[in-house]
Design a protein around this ligand. Structure first.
Ligand code: PHE
Length: 334
């Protein structure tokens, strides 16, 4: 009975002390085996009580050993989880901005310096904002210029083919003067290759006020290309867009002349970088702006193409594959 009290009091968080305790009571030459050996010589009338007490002692000793061992293991695994709390943390890997974002932010920065704000709109559009308001009525052949993804159940709903749709929304909701650029993803049902994808990114600009002329457009484009590509020559070629009249294609001379100002050194000649023109009076009218009072210009460029040029990326598909080895290379960029 004394031993039962002693066993109850025993406590330790040391593995070898616990083991010594176990051997002392439960080992081959332990106290319990001594008691069991004595059992034969105990007088018959005391055997029952003696047996009960020895059994109690055995259970108490076993319970104690199990309980202390378990506590020891728990604290060992806690130390394993928390480790050395004073150790410095491992550094988290730093991400890189996507080249599309880098170039988009550069363009936004350049235009915001001359008073343009940024506007956005939905990628899933209706026919009015993507086509009809832009002087492209139903059955107009110019709709074929942009192969369109339509929603099967509703011919009025489509994936926008350009962010001119955002300009329509902006004109519907804002009074001139308007100076806004609209960056965003657009979709066209085109074969995927190194040069073109079924989705890409555009940034379109719109300026509407009293007395805006083609000279303002040209000067704005010259400002933009100089800021974006360094000292550069641009060339406007007559073109056609249903929503602008006159319309032009803008080429930038991507050659040796710009070598000293820019990292790109290959003399590749004239490169087409955007479309532009004076907003067609019909479009102003469709958007609730009086064409007798106001005029304006618009332009639109592909962000992906400019990113490919500036960063010498050989394949447009790399921009949407999310290959870390590719993305990591933009860590040092803006
Ligand atoms: N929306 C035209 C396109 O997607 C680009 C453009 C914008 C042309 C504005 C002229 C004026 O190709």
């Amino acid at each position: 009975k004394e031993h039962i009290a002693l066993v109850g009091q025993f406590n330790s968080d040391n593995a070898s002390e616990i083991e010594a305790f176990r051997i002392k009571y439960l080992g081959k030459k332990g106290i319990l085996n001594d008691f069991f050996a004595e059992f034969k010589s105990v007088p018959n009338e005391q055997k029952k009580e003696f047996g009960q007490v020895v059994n109690q002692l055995k259970v108490a000793a076993q319970d104690k050993v199990n309980q202390l061992k378990e506590a020891l293991e728990n604290s060992a695994s806690a130390a394993h989880i928390y480790g050395d709390l004073t150790r410095p943390a491992a550094t988290a890997p730093i991400g890189a901005r996507h080249p599309i974002s880098i170039v988009k932010n550069q363009i936004i920065d350049i235009f915001s310096r001359i008073g343009f704000n940024v506007s956005e709109g939905p990628e899933i559009e209706d026919d009015w904002h993507n086509f009809t308001a832009l002087n492209l009525p139903e059955y107009h052949p110019a709709r074929d210029m942009q192969d369109t993804f339509f929603i099967q159940t509703d011919p009025d709903i489509l994936l926008r083919t350009h962010t001119s749709s955002v300009q329509v929304r902006y004109m519907e909701e804002n009074k001139p003067p308007i100076r806004t650029i609209s960056p965003g993803r657009v979709y066209r049902n085109e074969a995927i290759s190194a040069r073109s994808h079924c989705f890409f990114h555009q940034l379109e600009g719109l300026y509407i006020d009293k007395g805006v002329s083609f000279a303002d457009l040209k000067q704005t484009l010259q400002y933009f290309t100089t800021e974006m590509f360094g000292k550069s020559r641009i060339r406007l070629r007559p073109s056609y867009f249903p929503f602008t009249e006159p319309s032009a294609e803008v080429d930038v001379y991507w050659g040796l002349e710009t070598e000293t100002d820019h990292k790109m050194t290959k003399g590749t000649g004239w490169l087409e970088i955007m479309g532009c023109g004076m907003v067609d009076p019909n479009v102003l009218q469709n958007c609730g702006i009086d064409p007798k009072e106001y005029s304006g210009f618009a332009f639109g460029m592909g962000i992906d193409r400019i990113a490919l040029l500036l960063h010498q990326i050989p394949d447009i598909r790399m921009l949407s594959e999310n290959d870390i080895r590719f993305l990591d290379q933009f860590k040092s960029a803006l």
